[in-house]
Structures are given as structure tokens and as C-alpha cells.
Design a protein around this ligand. Sequence first.
Ligand SMILES: Nc1nc2c(ncn2[C@@H]2O[C@H](COP(=O)(O)OP(=O)(O)OP(=O)(O)O)[C@@H](O)[C@H]2O)c(=O)[nH]1
Length: 681
Amino acid sequence: MEHVYRKLKNEEKTKLNNFLKAKIGDLETEKRELVGVFGQTGAGKSSLINAVIGVKNLLPSGDVRACTSVMIKVEANTKNSKFEAEIEFISKEDWKDELWYVDRILKDGAQKEEGDDYGGGDTGEKLTAVYGEEWKNMSPDDLMDKKWFKEIPEFLQNREEGKKILTFESARELSAKLVKYTKSDSTGQDGDIKRFYWPLIKCVTVRVPHNDLLQHVTLVDLPGNGDYNKSRDKMWKEIVGCCSTVWIVTEIKRAASDAEAWDILENASSLMGNGGECQQVHFICTKSDFITDLDVNSAAEVRAAIFKRNREAKEAVMTNFRKKHKINKHFSEECFKVFTVSSKEFLKRKRLEPEDTEIPKLQEFLQELDDSHSDTVNYVFGALGIISLIHGARYSKVAGQTERVHTQLQTTLREELDKIRKALGEVYMDFKKCLTEGVEKSKDSCEKKLNSVLFPTLKGKNRGFHKTLKYVVENNGTYKPKKGKTMNMNEKLSSHLTDSINEKFRKTFPNERQCEPFNGVIKAFSLQTERLIQQNKAVELQLTFLKTEEEKIKTKLNKLIRERKKMIYGSLVQTIEDCMKSCYEKAATFSGPGMLNNMRSTVECHVRGSKNIMFEQAKKILLQNLTNLEGEILKMLNKTLTESVELSFKMDHSTIPDVSAEYDMVKKKYDMLKSSPEGEI
Ligand SMILES: Nc1nc2c(ncn2[C@@H]2O[C@H](COP(=O)(O)OP(=O)(O)OP(=O)(O)O)[C@@H](O)[C@H]2O)c(=O)[nH]1
């Protein structure tokens, strides 16, 4: 197609010529699937990733003292045959904010108590990681001095967020260097490394050469611990919202009862489900080889014991899943699968055969996800359309028939757009009805919901609640403790609204790629080019182009809908957060005696005073976002197809190059692809 592009470039610049060049530039080749890997520290995530992608020593694992503390993306290095680590830092301003935050807390007289969190993620611990103990006697300005960052000058560069790129010949070398950037060692026992830079890092991308599984797949290790840092939290949410599959990793011995793993899943469910694009959740029970039963001796007995526990773990996890409504309202049972794996045995083969470790099943899954066949078909189909139009423009000049087909196409386009408009209008009315009920319920019970956050029943653990609530209001209503459940006041307040639309939303915007959004109305849209081709062979090439254009615009629309639906769903909580912002700011100003009561009454008063507006506002904004999306769908369809119809049937032939040879070649490749669904071209 580059060759065809150059031919067009050598011709005079007409409207049609420019249009064709733009269409070639628009052909898509790249698609990436994101697989998010969650789990608490030590669950075996790094070992799992290494085993699955078949690179033994890539992500550092095995050291129980140091745990991974930054997001690590693992993908293919398509540029050269080196191992590469791209380290992306948070901005200097972000780090300054954290330094000032700790400084203020210490000046406020808050003593560091055992197990105390400085706003989630323990900022004190972060400072010790970067500066050692010396930070305690220094001002935030001193701590920004460049002498601290000699090893990472990129962090101080003037660009908003710096990047450092390291290249290595082997995975082992990369792994050894990575520790200082990705791991935290809260015990301070790692003698070799003096400074750990994880608090300054937003994300690390590890690129692996010659890896077949990662051509179109990125695996992301997402540490589950809480983090107050805003840019990291934002990135975490963005990545979770873009994962098409999520792996929840937990040790098999406590798979069903591992509160932390299930909490991570519960907290992220709305972000992945209706608020995201996750199609599959895989619950992965690790270390299946680890048997402590002393009665088991022979190899056969060990294997039998492992298989028995695998079966039991699978059943227990499924039973637990059925009870978790926060999760299963976003994911059906078909989307939820359990695996029992052993990364160790997969590599060592002492007790188990590779297939018994279930790692090959995950590899197979990635292989299917990585499949670039459909991308190739789409590319060649799109290319065929464009080249058909160029070829047809040069050779077909059947004036009368062209005029008739042109008129028919215009009529069909109008009628089909009307059908879509009507169907989208019905969807709007359905959501309006659900939300109206949700608003009434929210008004009736928001104070009760609020009380569950303001007055938790912590059974004797109320001592530090004033600090917890302070973090909540300082952080716009949310708080991620290092251990335990995330608190989210905005989600609590909007829960009746989200519940009112959850089911309808999942049906209207299904994450499963084989299901269609808006009840299939966009898929059903058709200019009926197939029928027209049968009746009008003389303009077959132009009609072939329109057929490919129709498919391409539908694919584009599905992508747009997938992106927008996340924003539309998220707008409910976002509006509540915006409406609560002023009261959080006011509540955060209290300190000293009476702080807890003052914070509570400020939040209570605000919710009581604004409940008649706040929920109605959230409904209005969601519906407005939906209207905007519907408008955009109609506009894109109309504009793209009207332009394509006009240019294919009313064009100036004088500037069209001869592409007969290219046409024959692309047509042949397309026919080959069509006849062998999994074949290579
Ligand atoms: N027996 C056994 N041990 C395993 C297996 N997978 C991991 N481990 C061990 O479990 C420990 C933690 O493994 P990691 O892969 O580092 O765990 P992680 O989830 O990446 O931990 P963080 O880096 O802290 O997030 C290490 O000591 C591993 O050797 C396994 O399949 N079998």
C-alpha cells in the first residue's frame, strides 16, 4: 500500500487523490491486548509472568523481603534483540507535593505510630527508601537537591515526566538492575542496595526480544498495595480500565479465603467491568506443587495430593465467586475461570509434567489473544477496498448505471441512519427511566449510606479513625490503606445510581467482543452493497470499496463506544465527587481537638443540603454524555459514508494512476486469507 501511496503522490492533488491517500494512512495495523496481573505481595506474580512468557529470570522474584512496588509492563521488543527497561518517573512536582505533605503532617504534631499510614502507602517509608534515614532532619527543599538524584538525572530533567532507558544482553542482567527501581525493602536488610527508587517511578516497561506470545499482548504486573501518589493512582486506574483480561493471583493454600485477593477484585470490578473493557477474569492459584502433608511420600502420592487439592481449590473459588455480588454483577460465570498453576514445576519438572502445572493453558490463552490473523484480514480487506476504488475509477465509465446506484445508496443511507437514530433514542429513554428511580432511592437513603462511612463499626479499632477520615477528605473522598479495604465515599453515595443502571449498561455495552453494543443496531446497519453488486456488476469495484468502508467505520465506532462507555459509566461517581469537593476541602482544614466531629458534621450537612441536586445532576450528566455519544455515532456514519459514496460515484478520472498489478495482488491475498481462516499470507 506504500507503493500505491507513492503513485498517488506523483499525481496531481485532487480531492479524490487526497481522499485516497488519507484512507491508506488510516489503515490500521496495530492492536494491543492488555492483561493485568493483580495479587498481593509474594503471591507469585513475577514467577508466573516469567514462566508463562518462557523467560526464566526476567522479573526479579524469589526474594521474600523485597516486594514489587511499581507497575511493570512486559511486552515484546520489536526494534532489536536486546532486553530493554524503560523507566518512567513521576513528575518533580508530584514528588515535591509528597515531601510537603509529610512535612506538614510532622509539623502538625502527628507522631508516627506503629502501623501508621501517612495517607496510604506510608509516605515515611517512601522517603526512607529514597533518602535513607537522613530525610528526617531535612526540609522538603533540601530533599529536592540534585545530589540525591545523581543516579537518576532523568528524574530532574525539565520535561514533565522523565524517562530512563536501560538495555541489556540478557534477562538476568536486566532483572538484577531492575530491583533498585521496582522493589521495596521495608526491612532494610538488603545490604547491596542503599537506595530504592520505586517511590519516584510511575511505571516500568520491560521489553523482551524474540517473544512470540507478546507481539500483540502486554502483561502488566499491578501491585495491589495502596498508594496515595496521584499520578501513579491515575495510571493504575487507566491501566485497569484498559485490561481485556485480568489475572488475580493468589497462593493455592488460601485461594478461596484470601481476603486481600478478593478485595482487590471487588474494588476493581466496576473499573474493569462496566467502567472498563475486561472480558475475562482468571483466578490463578499459584504454588500448586507446595504440599506440606507429611503422610504423602511417593511421587504418585504427591501428584494425587496435588490434583485433589487443585480440584478442591477450583470448587471453593467458584463457590466464593457466586457469593460475591460486587464482582458477579459485572462478570458472568462464563467470564470467570480458575487455574491452578505451579511456575516452579513448569521449569523444574520434578513432581509434575508441564501440562499438570496449567501454565501451558495460560500460554495457549495468550497465544489466542496474540493472534494477529484478524488484524491481517482487516488490513487486507481495507486495502482491497481502497485499491478497488482506484482501479474502478480508472476503468468503469457506465454513466447511467452509476447515477442510479448512487441515488439508491443515498436513499439506503438515509433510511439506515433513521433506524439507528430510533434505536439509540430508545436506549436513552431506558436509561432515563432507570436513573430516575436511582435518583429517588439515592435521595431516600444517602444519609444512611454516608453514616456507614462516617461511623464504621470497627469493633475497638476506632482509635485512629480521625486520621483515616482526614485522609479520606484530603484525598477527595477515597482512601487506600496499605492493608484492608479501600474506602470510597463517592462510590458509596452513588451506589444506588450505579446499581440502577448496572444490568442495562452491561447489556447495552457488553465487554465481550463477540457481543454487539446498542443491542446490535450498528452491526445491523447496511448499505446493502452485496445485493447492489449482484445487480450492478459494472460498478462492482466502487461497491466493494463502500463495503470495506462500511466495515471499517463500524470497527471504528465499536472502538469509540468502548472508550466512551467507560467515561459515561464513570461520570456518575465523578459528578458526585465534583459535588462533594467543596465539603472535602472544608473538612480537611480541621485539626486538633474536635477534628473528627467537625469533619463528620461538615460532610453530613453538605450531603443533607445538596441531596436534592447532586443525584439529579449525576443523572443529567450521564444522559448528556450518552446523547453526545449517540450524536457522534450518527455524525461519523453519515459523514464517512456520504463522502465515500460521493467520491466513488462522482469522481474525476484524469488523475488516477494505474494500479492493475497491485489490485490483482491484493485480491489474490484477500481470497487466500478468506479461504484459510487461520492461514498465513
Ligand atoms: N513452591 C513454589 N514457590 C513459588 C512458586 N511461584 C513462586 N514461588 C515463590 O514464592 C515467592 C514469591 O514469588 P514472586 O514471584 O516473587 O511473587 P510476587 O507476587 O511477584 O511478589 P512481589 O514481587 O512481592 O509482588 C518466591 O520465593 C518464589 O520462589 C511456585 O510455583 N511454587
